[in-house]
Design a binder for this molecule. Sequence first.
Ligand SMILES: [Zn+2]
Length: 314
Amino acid sequence: MSLVAGVDIGGTNIECALVDDDHDVGDRAKTRTPTEGPAAVIDAVVDLIGGLDEAPSAVGVGIPGPVNDGVVSRPPNLALWPEEVELAARLRDAVGVPVEVGNDANVGALGEWVAGAGRGSRFMLGVWMGTGVGGGLVLDGRPYTGAFGGAGEFGHMIVHHGGAQCGCGRRGCIEAYAGRAAMERTAEMSHRSGRATSLFEIRDDEGKQRLTSKVWARALDDGDGLATQLYREAIEAVAVGVGSVINLLDLDRVVIGGGLAEKLGDQLADDIAEAAAPWTMVPSDDHAHLVAERGADPGIIGAAALGRAAMLLS
Ligand SMILES: [Zn+2]
């Protein structure tokens, strides 16, 4: 039995855990993500790993940004990050075991593929519905990251030419309709222009600053009109994307994860499957749509799987 550390670097927190050969998660640790740039982030990761029950045989890392061969370029949610940082090499020097780094959405898809709702799939798309919308692919039984590590940017597929403004600077991206940040902006604008909604009362009642997945789930449960409308628009945007990816790649599995998936469960995957069918050339139950199974952990598990692969290749 070898233990590998899976590390999930997010814009807010860094999480780290030991993962065994069966993809079971053991001892874990967490810290706030430093805002002083890559050196501080690397130090924080090294400290987390050093504090685990046992020293890992390898380390895998998921990070929210483009990753090509261990080099991370300008992650949008990490402060003071220069053009390119050789994260895998610098961490390897610091911890002395094999290290592999991947994009967090790709790594999450890998986690669901090796140990969750994607098990047994050969052609899988993972979709992460969170603050933004991420994606990851497994093609012909292998994780697929593209020629330059940039594959899987499902959230920035254009579903409305000239449509809503996206955080990436373009218009009409899936994320501009289905990312929680975009949904909140739209809800605020509608509310300010006089549209009735319980979303913001529920937010205050939950003691939250933002419209979290839990807030959306409660408003949908109450039958709130605005929440339901924005949810349907989000589902439609994701479904157009999913249908298009199925048409292009002939997938056997679509796994839907992220905060909303955790709160809504199978209903979310079913809603997307139903909405995607009209956009799919050959609609079929063989394109199974499932909700992610590993809760908040696919990033950790997928990162550990990357680290394990690096260990076996080293
Ligand atoms: Zn975009």
